[in-house]
Design a protein around this ligand. Structure first.
Ligand code: PMP
Length: 465
């Protein structure tokens, strides 16, 4: 392991311990005062005091390995010195902390750093738009961009997709939980398409046959004058669906999607908000398939743990008018400085390669565990974005012979991990997928430790049934 990676001064936890969770006064007040819509604290009832590297420490002095990492935001882990130094430098230089979308040397450097790592086929004719600082707002910008450029109004999205929580982005979401209570969304101009979810293939086929059927269906829908589907302004896709259950799209499918969208002159929007910046073992996940999107939306890791979001797109789409996507908070200098530091560190310390190797190591552990655990139906993902779909082997198998989802067991596994000092999140259908999103600086020893804790947690959760 390279010594260049930050060592955590926070003492790692004893793997044999079992934390107990009783409401600390901070958590009791949170429960009482915060909205019913709060989400993570329900499954991860921790009040955090400090953090470094892959570790967080709560107010009770308990240490946890953070394999949620700000939902994939913390590429370099918590408080990496290059990130905190970059933030400090902005303060020391008395840079304006608020600049709207005016330029500064920090912003200029950030753009140069980002463009330098984009695939040349994209950067050659790219434009960048700084959006409001959430992934959701970058998605909103992308929707406007392609609608204005094409003069069309509808958008195609995929079953299982997650693009954010504003009403436009929510319209693109597969999961119905947040949509259904709203009734009609503001934008209903979305057509959903089957995603190539290999383990639960929407065509009941899986493998290359599933990919071929999927692409044929899409091409036919766009070509058939009686499909009822208007030519869309764009198609938005995640290369690995994150919240949807860590579902990677096959490269052959992405290549087919790119070919079909190009042929039908439909801008292809790739949402790299979660997959971006080395997470999947490539700097951008679309590089696995060797495709070049028309629009890429980025956030999370790009701000080095501070809020920042951008959209990069090919200049033929740049037909919108000044002010078409304004926003007050588009000039966070500390986030841009931190983002530059992250990009440079990823490059200098070969974190793309490291993420691929650590991902492979974790995957091997999970596959070995799966061999002796029929409840772990599918182990999948790319790089350090991995998921395990938890199933009920006693349930009725589906058309592909796979046992049904078991969200209750996944939830018990998550809880048993937490008791042992490992923070993991759930995703996917019925919250049945246990997700691993550790910081990319995780070491081989730490990967082994995560796998050991997970294996014990799984064992213990199964016997509780
Ligand atoms: N797109 C993807 C792929 C995401 O994973 C997320 C967040 N989980 C978003 C968009 C929305 O980003 P934000 O929560 O910053 O609005």
């Amino acid at each position: 392991m390279s010594t260049a990676f930050a060592e955590s001064p926070i003492k790692a936890q004893d793997e044999d311990q079992h934390y107990r969770f009783e409401d600390h006064p901070i958590l009791a007040r949170q429960k009482q005062q915060e909205s019913n819509a709060r989400s993570y604290p329900r499954r991860i009832p921790l009040a955090l005091k400090r953090a470094r590297g892959i570790h967080v420490e709560d107010v009770e002095g308990r240490v946890f390995i953070d394999c949620l990492a700000g939902a994939g935001t913390l590429a370099l882990g918590h408080n990496h010195p290059v990130v905190t130094d970059a933030i400090r430098q902005v303060l020391d230089d008395e840079l304006p902390l608020h600049t709207l979308d005016l330029s500064t040397p920090v912003k200029d450097r950030f753009v140069q750093d980002l463009f330098a790592v984009l695939p040349p086929a994209l950067s050659a004719k790219a434009r960048i738009q700084f959006t409001g600082p959430t992934g959701t707002d970058a998605v909103e910008a992308a929707l406007k961009l392609v609608r204005i450029a094409t003069g069309r109004s509808t958008v195609l999205a995929f079953h299982g997709g997650y693009h954010g929580m504003s009403q436009g982005a929510l319209s693109l979401m597969g999961n119905l939980k947040a949509k259904t209570p709203l009734g009609a969304l503001l934008s209903q101009a979305v057509q959903f398409m089957p995603f190539p979810y290999d383990y639960r293939c929407p065509f009941g086929l899986g493998g290359e046959a599933g990919v071929r059927a999927n692409l044929h269906y899409l091409d036919n829908l766009l070509s058939d004058p009686e499909s009822g589907v208007q030519p869309p302004a764009g198609i938005i896709v995640e290369v690995v669906q994150g919240e949807g259950g860590v579902i990677p799209a096959a490269s052959t499918w992405l290549q087919g999607l790119r070919e079909i969208t190009a042929r039908h002159r439909i801008p292809l929007i790739v949402d790299e908000i979660q997959t971006g910046f080395a997470r999947t073992g490539k700097l951008f996940a679309f590089e696995h398939a060797g495709i070049v999107p028309d629009v890429v939306v980025m956030s999370k890791a790009i701000g080095g743990s501070l809020p920042l979001a951008v959209m990069v797109y090919q200049d033929w789409l740049d037909t919108w008018q000044p002010g078409a996507h304004a926003g007050t908070f588009r000039g966070n200098q500390m986030a841009m400085a931190a983002g530059s530091a992250v990009i440079r560190y990823i490059e200098a310390h070969h974190l793309v390669q490291h993420a691929a190797e650590m991902g492979q190591r974790l995957r091997s552990h999970l596959l070995a565990l799966q061999q002796r655990t029929p409840q772990l139906g599918d182990v999948r993902g790319l790089g350090l974005m991995l998921g395990v779909e938890v199933v009920d082997p006693a349930g009725q198998p589906d058309v592909q012979g796979h046992a049904p989802h078991d969200g209750a067991l996944a939830s018990r596994i998550q809880r048993e991990c937490l008791k042992r000092g490992l923070i993991l999140e759930l995703g996917g259908r019925h919250s049945s997928v246990v997700r691993f999103l550790p910081p990319l600086i995780i070491t081989a020893e730490q990967v082994d430790q995560v796998a050991r804790i997970f294996a014990r947690a799984v064992e213990s959760a199964i016997v509780q049934r």
